[in-house]
Design a protein around this ligand. Structure first.
Ligand SMILES: [Zn+2]
Length: 447
């Protein structure tokens, strides 16, 4: 486990110039009254409440007992100034397409089963304190009151999809264990409620907007299960697939988003700390290039099951969902990379959103997410000196603690190419190249 360091209301010690967090490579001097930042070389005063004497070798006498002076990775408890709103456990909304397609393919049956297993099968479910809501949609959007005192869930239908609102203030997001009976009751009955449906169109846009309104004051995850191209309501898309374009210069247009609505909603979700995961079950063109913005801008994931067959693909889908939601998850995150003098960050690759040139906004992230960062140096680096990188991630844990996870590394500079190859990590390199390739390719398409 990673050491958690709580330095009280004052928060972690930081360099006054570059704002780097305290780490094992800060050098203390002047009897312990000052420290030199390993990244920008600025000489800082040590705050009086952090002062201790240095030993004969010039090390702080508490160097071995403080994780932040001993370990490359630590997690600081974030003080008040690091939060825009009180941190609370993450909320999860499952938004499920209940059109004819969803019933026929067996998706709905598999989906409710998987959610039940996720929540109640005994293994690690959602994080402690998490809240859960369930929505369904076809041509209208359906909300469910899941209050634990109800005997059975109440369904509320919003048919005006141009101006969707959330028709209930309490009971939409509930504790899944307190409301276990009501939630299981709902999940068990959904396939029967929509059994006879003939509706084939779905208002994904309206449904996602409504989920955004319900989650925006909380942050967390929106998990969408969609079977077809959303052709009605806000953000409606056209079927623009044209076989004649394949193999021509115009083919690349098919991989560009066709409707701004989805990008805007993705950005809004990101700002509100809502990470969106898409589970898609298309029998025909579904335009991932456009709706995929919801997950790519919010640090979410997209799963695609073409021509889904519940019998054949159900197990895979259900395992994908459970694995995704059982991973360690954090949300409302901000990542900042700092590098030592002589180095510069030149590019970032991955699923996130950037409002400015230095801060990476991640609505959510989990233990399998990675981000590629390209560094460059203009002049020659001194081979007698080391270079350093610090990655600081401010985020809220899924159970509602505001933290700053800091990774530090310091490495020698070399002019020998052989050293670079000998010490490079193959998995990291391949991951980086794949990310950079995809991102640069998209940028190229933007013209
Ligand atoms: Zn500094």
């Amino acid at each position: 486990p990673i050491d958690v360091v709580d330095l009280g209301e004052a928060g972690p010690i930081r360099c006054n110039r570059c704002k780097a967090y305290i780490n094992p490579f800060f050098i203390f001097f002047d009897g312990g009254r000052k420290f030199k930042c390993n990244l920008c070389a600025f000489d800082n005063e040590v705050p009086s409440n952090y002062f201790v004497n240095l030993d004969m070798n010039g090390r702080r006498i508490d160097a071995d007992s403080r994780p932040e002076l001993k370990k490359g990775t630590v997690e600081f408890v974030a003080s008040k100034e690091y939060s825009n709103r009180p941190a609370k456990p993450a909320s999860y909304i499952f938004a499920i397409d209940v059109t004819w397609n969803s019933l026929q393919s067996g998706m709905l049956a598999r989906c409710v089963q998987a959610i039940k297993e996720l929540l109640y099968s005994g293994e690690k479910g959602l994080p402690v304190g998490a809240r859960v809501g369930i929505m369904t949609y076809d041509k209208s959007v359906h909300f469910y009151n899941l209050k634990s005192t109800l005997e059975q869930p109440q369904m509320l239908v919003v048919a005006d999809v141009e101006e969707t609102f959330v028709p209930l203030s309490a009971g939409l997001l509930v504790d899944p264990y307190e409301s276990k009976v009501v939630i299981e009751n709902l999940l068990d009955s959904l396939p029967t409620i929509f059994e006879a449906t003939r509706i084939s169109e779905s208002v994904l846009g309206a449904s996602a907007l409504a989920a955004y309104s319900a989650l925006k004051d909380h942050g967390g995850k929106l998990i969408i299960f969609q079977t077809s191209l959303p052709t009605v309501g806000p953000g409606a898309l056209k079927n623009r697939e044209d076989i004649k374009l394949l193999g021509t210069d115009k083919e690349r247009n098919l991989y560009e988003p066709q409707e701004y609505f989805w990008k805007k909603l993705g950005q809004d979700c990101c700002t509100a700390g809502i990470s969106v995961d898409l589970f898609l079950f298309p029998n025909a063109y579904i335009d991932i290039a456009t709706i995929g913005a919801l997950s790519s801008l919010t640090g979410g994931e997209t799963f695609n099951y073409t021509s889904f067959d519940g019998q054949r693909d159900g197990l895979k889908f259900s395992e994908d969902l459970k694995t995704l939601l059982r991973r360690t998850f954090g949300y409302e995150a901000l990542l900042r990379i700092r590098v030592s003098n002589g180095l510069k960050v030149s590019d970032y690759f991955g699923n996130f959103y950037m409002k400015n040139a230095t801060d990476i906004e991640l609505a959510g992230l989990d233990s399998l997410k990675s981000i590629g960062v390209a560094l460059h140096h203009d002049g020659k680096l001194d081979e007698k000196m080391e270079s350093g990188i610090q990655a600081a991630l401010l985020y809220t844990t899924a159970s509602g603690a505001r933290r700053i996870r800091v990774h530090n590394i310091s490495f020698s500079n070399t002019s020998l190419l052989g050293d670079v190859f000998r010490l490079a990590d193959m998995d990291t390199t391949v991951n980086y190249l794949a990310k950079a390739g995809k991102c640069l390719n998209l940028a190229w398409d933007d013209g």
